[in-house]
Structures are given as structure tokens and as C-alpha cells.
Design a protein around this ligand. Structure first.
Ligand code: SF4
Length: 181
């Protein structure tokens, strides 16, 4: 998401990405793995220009075929770019909080899901479709302020009495630090 904001700020279009690698790397310096991300964006721009007339693909399958695009971004692009909700955008906050609240589990078990994609599929099985867009910003905000990855603020949390993980996640808990999306 950070990358989209940076590119939009610079008003970079598809063909710019092909010819402005130096500028692209400079813009992306603020994000991790910027060399790989700049390279992926260049390849992606070439594919979008040659295969999609300079636009972005409008299906999950085609988006996933672009270099560096995973399910989280593919679903986000479908929602924001095409106003077409195909699935929930599950990032590290949604993954972590859904597991802490006991909203998702591995298929046929009570164990936590191990990756965001597993969380997405489990969450979609019961969450009403009309909530699929709202759940991401809701939990991202909650995850940044209250249910943080390290030391969640359970004492300040309005849903602690419904949460099976309340006051159990300690600073020594490494599960979610090692399972980021
Ligand atoms: S009680 Fe703690 S672990 Fe549970 S949702 Fe609230 S902040 Fe997160």
C-alpha cells in the first residue's frame, strides 16, 4: 500500500516505470526490498502495457500472475481498482487479530491459521460478504492502536471479555512476529 501512495504522489504512469528505474528506486528507498520491488514494478509495467493496453488486469488470476503480486494485493486491487469484491484483503493485522479473537482456525482443527491466505479462506466461510471490504480497515486500525503485534493493550480493549487471547499474548510470544504476511 505504501508503494501505491509513493507512486501516486509522484504521478508515475505505467510507461514511466519502464524508463525511470533510477527515479523509481529513489522513491522506493523508504520501503523494504526496494531493489526487488523496483524490478518487479518494471516487469509489471511492461506486462500491463503489452498485454492489457496500459491498464491493470481485472481478474484475480491475472493479477496473481504479475511479478510480486500476492493474494493480499490482488484482492485490494480488485476492490479499489475495479470495485469488484472477490475476497477479503488479509494483511498481517487481519491475520493476527482474527486468530487472537478465535475467528479462524485451520481446517478441521482448533489451531490457529499459519498464513494470511489460510485466514482469508477461513474468514470468508462465515463473514457476510457485505463486510468483506470493511473488515480490513477496521482491523488494521485496531491492530495499529490496540491489538498490536507486540504487547497488545488488552487492558484498554473494548472486546477483551469476548477474546480467548486476552491477557495471554506476552512480549515473549513470537508466533505472529514470525508469521507476518
Ligand atoms: S483482548 Fe487483547 S488480544 Fe484480544 S483483541 Fe483485545 S487487544 Fe487483542
Amino acid at each position: 500500500m505504501m508503494i501505491f501512495i509513493l507512486l501516486r504522489k509522484e504521478d508515475l504512469l505505467c510507461w514511466h516505470l519502464l524508463f525511470c528505474q533510477a527515479k523509481l528506486k529513489r522513491i522506493l528507498l523508504a520501503v523494504g526490498f526496494y531493489i526487488r520491488k523496483a524490478s518487479n514494478l518494471k516487469k509489471m509495467a511492461h506486462i500491463c502495457l503489452t498485454k492489457y493496453g496500459g491498464d491493470i488486469p481485472n481478474t484475480i488470476e491475472e493479477l496473481l500472475s504479475l511479478p510480486g503480486v500476492g493474494p493480499k494485493i490482488a484482492h485490494l486491487v480488485m476492490i479499489i481498482g475495479w470495485n469488484n469484491v472477490q475476497g477479503i484483503c488479509v494483511d498481517t493485522h487481519v491475520h493476527r487479530i482474527c486468530n487472537r479473537l478465535g475467528w479462524v482456525s485451520r481446517s478441521g482443527t482448533t489451531q490457529r491459521t499459519s498464513i494470511p491466505e489460510e485466514t482469508r479462506k477461513a474468514l470468508q466461510q462465515w463473514l457476510p460478504r457485505e463486510e468483506w471490504v470493511a473488515i480490513n480497515p477496521l482491523l488494521v486500525g485496531f491492530g495499529r492502536t490496540i491489538c498490536t503485534a507486540l504487547r497488545p493493550r488488552c487492558g484498554e480493549c473494548g472486546v477483551s471479555k469476548f477474546c480467548p487471547s486476552a491477557f495471554k499474548e506476552t512480549s515473549s510470544s513470537s508466533y505472529f512476529r514470525s508469521n507476518k504476511s
